[in-house]
Ligand binder design. Structure first.
Ligand SMILES: *Cc1c(COP(=O)(O)O)cnc(C)c1O
Length: 386
């Protein structure tokens, strides 16, 4: 069998070899604890962490002091939602979010609801975008936070983040953005986008797994946040725990590379994605794109195939690493909450296939993948006539 082609860049990305090179010394001679302030091992680790912190901040248009390191974006999302509510002092705090958010946001919101908060979960439009009038209307006097993602991890849809941020600013409500899928790909800027808190993750941008960050605005306005992990008071008291120094160094290097290369890369990946879409549509009828094509991340294509069983499709394509409508949510079961939220009928949702392209995707891989999908879909349809 030929080797499996990786087209699942939304689930995780390979570590860039240059990132790995930057990390390796911190598993060896440079093993110090960044909190050890009494000797050179600690100073060396701390210095490396601060270089990384600045690189992450630079890519976000933030100050280094506004970056809080975490174990990943799941933790960042938990800290943002729970930390803001806890610090708000509002009796029955209100949150506004969207049905297509990542589970780390939706489940955090649900947990807060169980603890007495009021939560509004907006239904997106059929193209996946938030209705800005509905968002504006949902914000009330008790609203302490609006949480809307930058780019969706299943359908790649880009939300009008800058306009959402402007509405939140106007209403005097904090704006949290899960920017995991956009950071390091698009020019995300917390000032221009009016973002007050932002979750990012290294392993979605060619860095290592198990390290992420939460941007927490320090001025205009200064965000008040209650820590969710208590301990030694690391990260300005917002997140205790010994820092993952090699991981943070890798995250910093990933950001440095992204700053230099993402504009060119975005164009290249977008052209590959367009070619994949074109090949599928040339070779097959009954192909439906899920979510807006206009407002979409370059590396994402999410399509459904009429009269095709999603599980059979996956089984017939062992040489392609992709996700399907059901597999996207393999932990929860019951199909994709994202496709359901944008009103994709169940019979289409079950064959939804997410292609995630990225830095190391080649033209040859895209041609091969398209050819295989066309061949398999045709065969499955022949086996299951109308
Ligand atoms: C992957 C992902 C997360 C979770 O990030 P981890 O670092 O894996 O915990 C959160 N939000 C989005 C949009 C993601 O794609």
């Amino acid at each position: 069998m030929t080797k499996t082609i990786y087209l699942d860049y939304h689930a995780t990305t390979p570590v860039d070899p240059r990132v790995l090179d930057a990390m390796l010394p911190f598993f060896g001679a440079k093993f110090g604890n960044a909190a050890s302030s009494t000797h050179s091992f600690g100073w060396e680790a701390e210095g490396a962490v601060e270089v990384a912190r600045r690189r992450i901040a630079d890519l976000a248009g933030a100050d280094a002091g506004e970056i809080v390191f975490t174990s990943g974006a799941t933790e960042s999302n938990n800290l943002a939602l729970k930390g803001v509510v806890a610090a708000s002092g509002v009796e029955r705090a209100h949150l506004v979010t969207v049905a297509t958010e990542h589970k780390a946001v939706l489940d955090s919101a649900r947990a807060l609801e169980g603890a007495g908060c009021r939560v509004t979960i907006l239904a997106p439009r059929a193209d996946g975008l938030v209705d800005l009038d509905e968002l504006r209307e949902a914000i009330g006097p008790e609203t302490v936070l609006v949480s809307v993602m930058y780019a969706n991890n299943e359908i790649g849809v880009l939300q009008p983040v800058r306009r959402i941020g402007a509405i939140c600013r106007e209403k005097n409500v904090l704006f949290h953005c899960d920017a995991v899928q956009a950071f390091g790909k698009l020019a995300v800027n917390v000032e221009a986008d009016h973002i007050d808190l932002m979750s990012v993750s290294a392993h979605k941008m060619y860095g290592p797994k198990g390290v992420g960050a939460l941007y927490v605005r320090r001025r205009n306005p200064r965000v008040r946040l209650t820590a969710q992990i208590d301990g030694g008071g690391h990260e300005g008291g917002m997140r205790s725990g010994t820092l993952n120094v090699p991981g943070i160094v890798g995250f910093g290097e990933a950001c440095r590379l992204a700053a230099r290369e993402m504009a060119e890369e975005y164009g290249r990946v977008g052209a590959l994605r367009d070619r994949l879409k074109q090949r599928l549509e040339e070779g097959l009828d009954g192909v439906r794109v899920n979510g807006s094509m206009e407002h979409r991340l370059a590396g994402n294509l999410n399509v459904s195939f009429e009269r095709v069983d999603g599980d059979a499709l996956l089984v017939a394509l062992p040489d392609l690493a992709v996700s399907t409508g059901s597999a996207c949510n393999s932990h929860g079961g019951g199909g994709s909450h994202v496709l359901q939220a944008i009103g994709v009928p169940a019979e289409w949702a079950q064959s939804a296939t997410r292609f995630g392209l990225g830095r190391f995707t080649t033209e040859e891989e895209v041609e091969y993948a398209a050819g295989r999908v066309v061949e398999v879909v045709r065969r499955l349809r022949e086996q299951r006539p109308v």
